[in-house]
Design a protein around this ligand. Sequence first.
Ligand SMILES: [Zn+2]
Length: 318
Amino acid sequence: MDVGGTSVRAGVVDARGAVLDTTRAPTPTGAQALEDAIVHAVEELAGRHDVAAVGLAVAGFVTADRRSVRFAPHLAWRGVPVADRVSARLGLPVVLEHDANAAALAEYRFGAARGAHVAVLVALGTGIGGALLVDGRVFRGAHGVAPELGHLRLVPDGRPCPCGKRGCWERYCSGTALAATAVELLAEYPAASTVLGREAAGDPRAVTGRRVAGAARDGDPLAQRAMTDLARWLGEGLALVADVYDPEVVVIGGGVSESAPLFLDDARQHYASVVTGAGHRPLARIRTAQLGDDAGIVGAAALARDVAMDVVRNGRPR
Ligand SMILES: [Zn+2]
């Protein structure tokens, strides 16, 4: 399952990572209602399929034992032992994982990072989600928080971020950033000269990341400049990521990656020109995610399968 701030999506996934059946519901606001929604979704799918175990990809911090959610900005859980509660109600093994980690695992097993010794996922959505896999194992840091890539500060005294800092990478490189850059650029263009300008004159809230990407695809010059700006900041941030982790593969995922043809070549070039030792070191392969929206579900299911196999072999989850 993919438990996000907007919707709770569940899928039945086979051993090869194929999604056989799905169901979805809007994310309820209360903690109990959220748990109920998860249980109901599993019960619905278990009525049609032989379900062995449940994996939950959660948009939030998960404890190192993958049993509890510490904190999730867009979900009602605060220090809740979600895995044990859901497991008790369903009578099935349940495992939790941070959604970016789950997506990275899915890409490692079935997608763009298959077999990579060191792989980094950079998911460009409302913000930036990051994950680091070393030989297919999630690197979590000492307290389960690493790697928090979106809040690396790229611009001292830059755009304010909800995290309390300024100039974080995701303020310049995400769907939200795309909209913010387009709104800044509007000041330079007569309102009627671009599609976005005309739309923003009617309602400034019409300028969303998705809309900017669509306008860039249609050739709108302002939107294309916003996209070029995003590409530059993506390259800039990837150079930092490469300096710290020296990855073999970087997978660009999240909703913004659907527009990769509009920015990825520029980002690669900028990355290659600013990374330390440019021209004298092997470069990471920068690829778009292959599993799209299903990555969280497929990764969570792969973890659930590992747990189910453990139960079969050892009689208890590890
Ligand atoms: Zn921040």
